[in-house]
Design a protein around this ligand. Structure first.
Ligand code: FRU
Length: 507
C-alpha cells in the first residue's frame, strides 16, 4: 500500500510537471501551434540569443522561462537544427546565478582560442550575454546590467560560466545590454555592439575578456520613441564593397506605433560606425518581429531570425501552454532603389524542403471578389502564396472562416503601401489595439508587384518586391481559416498566383 501510494504520488507529481508540456502529437495539432517555426514545447520564450552555426549545426538559444508561460527569471533555452527548419529542443544551456538572470546576447566560434578557454586544441564556443541582477533594481538601477561570458568545449552541448564574470561591468547606464559580438579581421579583434539606452556603444577586445570602449552611435540619429535594444552590426557586399549594416531594435517607437527593428547603413573602421544617413529605415513594418539578430559563422550568408511577438501583448496571447516563436530565418541582402540603398529580407531557401503540391493560376482577372477555395484546397494552416500583379490597382488576399473571422493582406494603391489587417481576425480582445491594420510603404518602383506570403497557423509573413517591404503579424482565428479569396474593387489582372502547401517540420 505504501508503495502504491508512493507510486500514485509520483504519477501525480509527474502528471503535474508535464501538464504544461506538449507532446509531439499535441505539437502537430494544438490550436495556434506553429508548424514550421520554432516554438518551445512549453512555457515562455522571447528573444533569439547566441545564434551560431558550427560543424553543420545551427544553434539557437533563446530567452526562456521554464516555469511559466509568462516572462520571468531568464534562462537561455537551446534548440538545434541542421537546416534552420527542423528544430530539436535541447536541455537548458544557461541558468540564472548569483549575478542575476541571463538576458540576451550572442555566441561566437573562437577559432583562434583568443579566450584561452580551449584546452588541448579544442575550439571554444563563447557566449557573451547580459547578467541582469534583480536584487539591484531598486537601490542601484544603474548597476543592474553587466556583460558576462560562458563557454562550451563540446560543440554547444554544455556551458561553463567564466569565473571572472562580469567581463564588462556597468559604467552607470541603466539600460546596458544585449551584446552582439563579431570578429573584425582587419584589426584582429573582437567587436561588441551593445545597446546603451538611447544609443549603441562599440567595445573591442583581443580575447573576449578585456573590453575597451571604441565609440558610440545614435544619440542624434534614428528613431527614439523607445529604448534601444538588441543591436547587430555586420557587413554585406554591395558592388564588391562592404556596406555595414547596424540593426537596432526599439520598443516602442516603430512605424506602426509599437516596437520594431530600425537599421542604418554605413562604414565601419573597427572604431566608428559612420552612417550614410541619420534617418531610420525599418527592417520589418509588421507588429511581430522583434529582437532579430543574425547567426555567427555562416560564411557569406547573413541570416536573421526575430522573436515573432510583441511586448505589448506577448504575456497575454491565447496560447497558454507556451508563448512565443521565432520568425522564419531570413537571408539579408541589399538593393538599390533610385540610388537609395535598402536592406532586403527573404525566407531562406531551406524552407523549400517543406513545399508540397503547387497550384498555379495565371492571368487571373479579379473584379470584386474571386473565391479560390475550391482550387486551393480549403485548408490554410501552412502555406506559401506567391503572387504578381501590376502595381496599378488595389487588391487583397483574404483568409476567412465560417465564424466570420478574416485576415486581409494587400496593396493600397492610393497610399502606395502594403497592409496586414487583423481587425476581424478572431481573438483580438486580450489586448486593446491588437486588432488593427498595420501598413508598410512600397519602396520598389517596379511596375510589377511580387509578393511571397508565408502563413503558419497563426502567423503571416509578407515579403514584397524581393524583400524590400516586409511585414510580420500573428493572429488567432476562432477556427482555422477555410476560405481564400482575392479581392479588388477596381479590378486587377494577376500575372501569377501560386499556392503551395507546406508540410510540418515539427519533429
Ligand atoms: C528585448 C529584451 C532585451 C533583454 C531581454 C530580456 O526583448 O528586453 O533587451 O535582454 O529582452 O528578456
Amino acid at each position: 500500500m505504501r508503495n502504491s501510494l508512493a507510486t500514485l504520488a509520483l504519477v501525480a507529481l509527474l502528471g503535474h510537471y508535464s501538464a504544461g508540456q506538449s507532446t509531439q502529437a499535441d505539437m502537430k495539432s494544438e490550436q495556434y501551434r506553429p508548424q514550421f517555426h520554432f516554438s518551445p514545447k512549453a512555457h515562455w520564450i522571447n528573444d533569439p540569443n547566441g545564434m551560431v552555426y558550427y560543424k553543420g549545426t545551427y544553434h539557437l538559444f533563446y530567452q526562456y522561462y521554464p516555469e511559466a508561460s509568462v516572462w520571468g527569471p531568464m534562462h537561455w533555452g537551446h534548440t538545434t537544427s541542421k537546416d534552420m527548419v527542423h528544430w530539436q529542443e535541447q536541455p537548458i544551456a544557461l541558468y540564472p546565478d548569483s549575478l542575476g538572470y541571463i538576458f540576451s546576447g550572442s555566441a561566437v566560434v573562437d577559432a583562434n582560442n583568443t579566450s584561452g578557454f580551449g584546452k588541448n586544441g579544442q575550439v571554444p564556443l563563447v557566449a557573451i550575454f547580459t547578467h541582469h541582477n534583480p536584487k539591484l533594481e531598486k537601490e542601484k538601477p544603474e548597476q543592474v546590467q553587466s556583460q558576462s561570458l560562458a563557454y562550451s568545449l563540446d560543440e554547444g552541448k554544455t556551458w561553463t560560466k567564466y569565473a571572472g564574470n562580469p567581463v564588462l561591468p556597468n559604467p552607470g547606464i541603466t539600460d546596458f545590454r544585449d551584446p552582439k559580438v563579431r570578429w573584425y579581421e582587419p584589426q584582429k579583434k573582437w567587436i561588441m555592439t551593445l545597446a546603451t539606452k538611447d544609443r549603441v556603444t562599440f567595445y573591442s577586445s583581443p580575447n573576449l575578456k578585456a573590453w575597451s570602449k571604441e565609440s558610440d552611435f545614435g544619440s542624434d540619429a534614428g528613431a527614439h520613441g523607445g529604448v534601444w535594444e538588441c543591436p547587430d552590426l555586420f557587413p554585406l557586399k554591395h558592388n564588391g564593397k562592404d556596406v555595414w549594416v547596424l540593426i537596432v531594435n526599439i520598443n516602442p517607437g516603430g512605424p506602426n506605433s509599437g516596437l520594431a527593428a530600425q537599421y542604418f547603413l554605413g562604414d565601419f573602421d573597427g572604431k566608428h560606425f559612420n552612417a550614410y544617413a541619420k534617418k531610420t529605415k525599418w527592417m520589418d513594418y509588421g507588429p511581430d518581429n522583434y529582437a532579430g539578430v543574425t547567426f555567427s559563422n555562416t560564411g557569406n550568408r547573413t541570416i536573421l531570425m526575430g522573436w515573432m511577438n510583441n511586448w505589448q501583448y506577448a504575456n497575454k496571447v491565447p496560447t497558454p501552454s507556451w508563448r512565443g516563436a521565432t520568425t522564419v530565418p531570413r537571408e539579408l541582402g541589399l538593393k538599390d532603389v533610385n540610388k537609395e540603398l535598402y536592406l532586403t529580407s527573404s525566407p531562406v531557401k531551406e524552407l523549400d524542403a517543406l513545399a508540397g503540391k503547387t497550384t498555379s493560376l495565371s492571368n487571373l482577372t479579379v473584379k470584386g471578389s474571386s473565391d479560390l477555395t475550391a482550387k486551393t484546397g480549403g485548408k490554410y494552416n501552412t502555406f506559401k502564396l506567391e503572387l504578381s500583379a501590376p502595381a496599378t490597382n488595389d487588391f487583397s488576399i483574404v483568409l476567412a472562416n465560417e465564424q466570420g473571422n478574416e485576415l486581409t493582406i494587400g496593396y493600397d494603391k492610393a497610399a502606395n503601401s502594403y497592409f496586414i489587417d487583423r481587425t476581424k481576425s478572431g481573438k483580438t480582445d486580450f489586448e486593446k489595439g491588437f486588432g488593427k491594420r498595420s501598413t508598410a510603404p512600397r519602396l520598389s518602383t517596379d511596375k510589377t508587384i511580387s509578393l511571397t506570403l508565408l502563413v503558419d497557423v497563426a502567423s503571416a509573413e509578407l515579403f514584397a518586391d524581393d524583400g524590400l517591404s516586409i511585414m510580420t503579424a500573428v493572429f488567432f482565428p476562432d477556427k482555422e481559416f477555410s476560405k481564400l479569396s482575392i479581392k479588388s474593387a477596381t479590378g486587377i489582372s494577376l500575372n501569377k498566383l501560386a499556392f503551395t502547401k507546406l508540410s510540418s517540420s515539427v519533429q
